[in-house]
Design a protein around this ligand. Sequence first.
Ligand SMILES: Cc1cc2nc3c(=O)[nH]c(=O)nc-3n(C[C@H](O)[C@H](O)[C@H](O)COP(=O)(O)OP(=O)(O)OC[C@H]3O[C@@H](n4cnc5c(N)ncnc54)[C@H](O)[C@@H]3O)c2cc1C
Length: 392
Amino acid sequence: MTVIRDTGRRAVLPPFGSEHEELRESVGRFVAKEIAPHVDEWEEAREFPRELFGRCAELGFLGLKFPERYGGQGGDHLHDAIWVEELARAGGSGGVGAGLNAHTSIAMPPIFNFGSEEQRQRWLVPGIAGEKIGALGITEPGAGSDVAGIRTTARRVEGGYLVNGAKTFITNGVRADFLVCACKTTEEGGHGGISFLVLEREMPGYEVSRKLEKMGWHASDTGELSFTDVEVPAENLLGEENGGFKLIMANFAWERLLMAIGAVGAMRRLIDVTVAYALDREAFGRPIGKFQAIRHHVAEMATKAEAARALTYNALRLFHTGQDCIAEVSMAKLMTQRAVLEIADQSLQIHGGYGYMREYGIERAVRDARLGPIGGGTDEIMKEIIGKSMGL
Ligand SMILES: Cc1cc2nc3c(=O)[nH]c(=O)nc-3n(C[C@H](O)[C@H](O)[C@H](O)COP(=O)(O)OP(=O)(O)OC[C@H]3O[C@@H](n4cnc5c(N)ncnc54)[C@H](O)[C@@H]3O)c2cc1C
């Protein structure tokens, strides 16, 4: 295996080897053949078919970073990074990536990292097999960025907890079989009073109150959920009681990194599509790409994408090697989410009127990219984290 050596903290590339490149090709082939041709239809239907989870599971893509004993592939976050990047690059739908990745990368990791063996058998194994779909429920109608301010309560009763409250903006919220749900387990809540419980769809009092209509990510479902006296057995407590904040923080790092990686994939797609269009579309007797103004636009897009990729891969390398990387991950998330939005907008400009039409997928890229500076922690929150890491 050829491994690109990276010894110093400033080295940029993660150690991708030939095995990763093979995975990259096979994911790209699968996405181009079995996802991309259906994206328009799934966007229109406002969700991709549930069977897609099963198909991805069959090919091993849902369990890339999980051990073989749970049905996974025994890989690591680098394998998952390739999956996320290629899904965004070859698929061209933020919604498909969001739905699949909310399951594999934000709902299942807490079960693996904080769950007991029994809990892993109950949710991780069927999750990797694509039989049960997961979602992560933190955000509430009254608390998003201020995670410690959540109000959903889990009151101790005999045998478990009684859960009351609501969650909103939950990706896969409508079809999730299980919800990894943040609840207040003390009167005060806050950093030392939040716990995670796994709620299951069939529990009495668990309701999908609304499927939300949104600007982009149309192929993913985003739900609002309500809980009324939901009886949750004690064995559904994930990790330690009142130790939920640790789980939230652990999860955020990978969620934000994968958003950055997804943006890198989306930028690669946008640049490829734009260069092809600029060479094909003619005006004033020549391909528009031969006008210096357009060439410069594309050069700027490529430079921005390359900077975004280097920043992201460096954060990935630090994360993968277990180094402290909260600031680097936040920088990668912050920079890439704005960069992909700007690149999508530049691409639309170069496509002219056709860019504004649905059939080219560019207007979708703009709508999908707009979520980036909000979801998984807003730009302002990223800047807070980065600034505080500098002692400010
Ligand atoms: C399509 C979509 C899918 C999502 N999927 C999920 C999911 O699966 N699970 C889940 O739990 N959540 C999910 N979210 C929620 C998402 O993480 C939140 O929207 C995000 O964290 C922001 O919270 P908020 O919307 O409540 O905004 P608010 O927190 O109300 O923020 C509003 C504005 O105030 C700013 N602001 C807030 N605090 C500060 C501060 N301290 N300093 C400066 N500015 C500040 C924000 O940056 C923002 O500009 C999803 C959201 C969307 C839109």
